[in-house]
Design a protein around this ligand. Structure first.
Ligand code: ACO
Length: 299
């Protein structure tokens, strides 16, 4: 389909990214995907919307600047708790998990719903072959509750704003005199690639050291799904087998912060997770933000 309007090929995309299929928003609204994901997570956790004490939504862009997407989701779910949106780009799930952990530890909440909902297909120029072939749209959600499943977590931000950015056009006013250049998503692909691999390996190694775990003690490495070559590079540097590093980037492309909960859900529904399994999560995104954690599956 892309070959009809872009100078690209299935061969190039497959070889350089590992992506074979993607789902992008057409007639749907992002909040509807978010609500479907949230309801599945609630059902899986055996909870009702009224049991949720706080909703954290990870989102980079959607049709609304305000209200926050989490407010829209709350209404559609029929929840009544406070909500907040965060934007840590593709690492958003880890930043949300860290916030949730703090609230649970402070006894300010018992059940927190994290919803990651993203439509990066609306940030790129579909005339730009370097970016438009990479992203898909989607949502993933998780309910987190009290317990000691989170063994270690690490977040970082380095202000590398020029390697990956998207500016949204604001309304003109009679008073604006500065020059404003609004352009679709700008990405220095190779730099992002290097930062992604280096930071993910660094974060994972630090967490393994901190918890005294060996790489093979981890059942699955749930890595951000940006590009199969990035995933493979991280796997090679860590020296772990392919079976421990699942992926679905071939089917969804890069769905930003929704990638981790979506992959976790696939593993869970496929019956691949057992109580006591150690899981590593690691993600990186625009900012540059990175997040990683080790959890012990407690279900
Ligand atoms: N089809 C065909 N050719 C293409 C395409 C395309 N879609 N895109 C680029 N090319 C060409 C380039 O023009 C270049 O041609 P040239 O050598 O004549 O100049 C050639 O292919 C190689 O281009 P590179 O950019 O060097 O290709 P590379 O192997 O680095 O792959 C890619 C590019 C896929 C973008 C890679 O750098 C990458 O995956 N980077 C990380 C991207 C990423 O994960 N971003 C998300 C981060 S998370 C977030 O928060 C959004």
């Amino acid at each position: 389909m892309l070959e009809q309007f872009l100078e690209t090929s299935d061969e190039w995309i497959t070889e350089r990214t590992g992506i074979k299929e993607r789902l992008v928003i057409s007639s749907e609204k992002l909040e509807d995907l978010a609500v479907i994901a949230a309801n599945k997570a609630l059902e899986d956790a055996n909870l009702k919307a009224s049991d949720i004490d706080y909703i954290i939504c990870s989102n980079v862009v959607n049709e609304y600047v305000t209200p926050a997407l989490s407010c829209i989701i709350q209404g559609k779910l029929g929840a009544t708790c406070p909500t907040v949106d965060i934007n840590a780009a593709c690492a958003g799930f880890l930043f949300a998990l860290d916030m949730a952990d703090d609230k649970l530890n402070a006894k300010k909440a018992k059940n927190i719903l994290i919803v990651c909902a993203e439509e990066p297909s609306r940030m790129v120029s579909w005339q730009n072959r370097s970016t438009s072939v990479l992203f898909g749209d989607g949502a993933g959600a998780a309910v987190v509750t009290e317990g000691d499943a989170l063994k270690a977590i690490r977040l970082t931000t380095s202000s590398l704003t020029e390697v990956l950015y998207y500016q949204r056009k604001l309304e003109p006013t009679p008073y604006i005199s500065k020059e404003e250049n609004f352009e679709p998503l700008v990405m220095k692909g190779r730099e992002v690639f290097k930062h992604a691999v280096t930071s993910s390996c660094r974060d994972i190694r630090k967490l393994l050291n901190q918890t005294g775990l060996e790489p093979d003690d981890v059942k699955y490495y749930v890595l951000h799904q940006a590009n199969l070559r990035i995933i493979e590079s991280i796997r090679n540097f860590l020296g772990v087998d392919k079976e421990r590093v699942p992926h679905n980037v071939d089917r969804y492309g890069n769905i930003s912060s929704a990638a981790l909960p979506a992959l976790l859900d696939e593993l869970n529904r496929a019956g691949k997770l057992q109580k006591g399994d150690k899981l590593v999560f690691s993600a990186f995104g625009a900012g540059f933000t990175t997040g990683a954690c080790i959890i012990e599956w407690a279900k």
